[in-house]
Design a protein around this ligand. Structure first.
Ligand code: SAM
Ligand code: SF4
Length: 455
């Protein structure tokens, strides 16, 4: 909660406005960033701002942006630039960049040089310093900067949840893995875990309020618990949460393959509420590339986890992240990646063209492939994955699956949700079904989804 004195000072400023003060928060990037965005909204609402989706009518505009890929960063910078005109019309407007992108020195230098109208810069992990930073701007400071990526966010920070039936719950922050392509450890700091008591209290509260899906988040949930005073690992946390009574499901991401264990799979399969789906980012199928990426597993070791799960539950769902065009990746390395997708038969694949990030070890590695070669690899990967999915999805034809109806498709009007194994499924249904767990018989298969009928 904001320091009482700062809160009163901000309220006094807001009372001088001739209209009711409004704030606009826009998040970009991963689920964790969206989760942080809900906290920025909570803090601003608590300070007396009404939240708005229209930046033009806002008195505070916050872009909560992700540092993982350069292209996404450039898009955010472009959108920030477009706010200059709004700021010129409203000199009291506070324009802020926050999140892990704001932790980058190069970004802060660029803002200083070319975007002086951005008057608030708040690093990921410094969100509780939003009130004091806002007040510094209202007192006349040209730009307030707060950076901090150590420690845990204040457990009492208010949150504005986007959904009443789906909620993200961070279990840990930061990352210790230093994959050579990745900027996250430099902008989100070292791993630190929330206590199981705090997580359980949050999850219990959500379930008591009717939440149906809890998504546990961390850069590598499998290292949850390291550094806590009491001995704890991620499967133990899952068991503790699974014991909470109620009609709900638990998902989680991401799992680093080097730390995924049979205990994790057993815990999922023995649970009442945990979905049978594991997001297990492989990144590449080539041992040489995995080594250069500092992933600390081989393709063979990775596949033992897939085999273990599928031996116990043949329909078990896997999804993955894959990088194409890592600097050392040759055509032969890429063939190994193709072999992995043939073997695993992922239900969902998130594919990324390698993006060079200054300050990471991979940025110093010479690129051995041309842009055309990389684009051709990506096209081949996507085309083959589509075929694999369509065939593999057929394993559910005629079966009854459970889905959480999340929303209505704007194109078809059908309800969209996910099965226990993480596959997208669409069914005809009414407005009152949204937010409910439904039993559905699978009647059709597409390359990106299942279709079915409510039972
Ligand atoms: N910690 C998670 C893990 O290791 O699975 C993922 C976090 S990262 C934000 C999400 C994905 O972005 C990674 O799994 C990786 O595929 C991708 N990624 C990270 N850095 C990248 C880069 N420099 N270029 C392209 N993709 C990148
Ligand atoms: Fe980045 Fe690797 Fe950490 Fe994931 S595990 S956040 S890819 S450094």
């Amino acid at each position: 909660m904001a320091d009482q004195q700062i809160r009163e000072e901000i309220r006094a400023v807001l009372e001088t406005f001739s209209h009711s003060p409004k704030a606009h928060v826009q998040s970009f990037g991963c689920q964790l960033n969206f989760c942080d965005g809900e906290k920025y909204k909570g803090i601003l609402q608590d300070l007396g701002y009404e939240l708005t989706d229209t930046p033009e009518e806002a008195d505070v505009i916050l872009f909560n942006a992700c540092a993982v890929r350069a292209h996404a960063e450039s898009r955010v910078i472009g959108r920030l630039g477009a706010l200059k005109a709004i700021r010129e019309k409203n000199p009291r407007l506070v324009v802020g960049l926050c999140g892990c992108m704001a932790e980058e020195q190069a970004v802060r230098d660029l803002l200083k040089k070319s975007y002086p109208f951005v008057n608030l810069v708040l690093g990921a992990g410094a969100m509780e310093r939003l009130p004091e930073s806002l007040m510094a701007v209202y007192r006349g400071q040209k730009r307030a900067e707060a950076l901090a990526f150590a420690g845990l966010p204040d457990e009492t920070l208010p949150t504005v949840r986007e959904s009443t039936f789906q909620a993200s719950v961070p279990v840990m922050y930061g990352c210790n893995n230093f994959c050579t392509y990745c900027i996250v450890p430099y902008v989100r700091g070292r791993e630190r875990s929330r206590t199981p008591e705090a997580i359980e209290a949050e999850v219990r509260g959500l379930i008591a309020n009717g939440c149906r899906e809890i998504l546990l988040l961390g850069q590598n949930v499998n290292s949850y618990g390291r550094g806590l005073e009491t001995e704890m690992n991620f499967p133990a946390l899952l068991r503790r949460l699974d014991a909470i009574p109620g009609d709900y499901i638990i998902r989680f991401m991401s799992s680093h393959p080097k730390d995924a264990t049979p205990e994790l799979i057993d815990t999922m399969l023995d649970s009442e509420h945990i979905e049978h789906h594991l997001h297990l980012p492989v990144q590449s199928g080539s041992d040489a590339v995995l080594k250069a990426m500092n992933r600390r597993y081989t393709a063979e070791k990775y596949l033992t986890m897939i085999d273990y799960a599928r031996a116990k539950a043949p329909d078990f769902g896997f999804s993955s992240d894959l990088i194409v065009g890592f600097p050392t990746e040759t055509d032969a390395d890429f063939e190994e990646t193709m072999r992995i997708i043939e073997y695993v038969k992922y239900d969902n694949l998130y594919t990324f063209i390698y993006s060079r990030r200054d300050g990471t070890p991979a940025a110093e590695m010479p690129q051995v492939s041309t842009e055309e070669q990389i684009a051709a690899r990506m096209a081949r990967l996507l085309a083959r994955q589509k075929e694999i999915c369509e065939k593999w999805n057929a394993r559910f034809l005629g079966k009854t699956v459970r889905m959480l109806a999340e929303k209505r498709s704007p194109e078809t009007g059908l309800l969209l949700g996910k099965t226990r194994e993480g596959l997208v499924i669409e069914v005809p249904g009414g407005e009152s079904d949204i937010g409910s767990l439904l039993d559905v018989r699978v009647t059709g298969v597409k390359n990106w989804a299942l279709s079915g009928e409510k039972q």
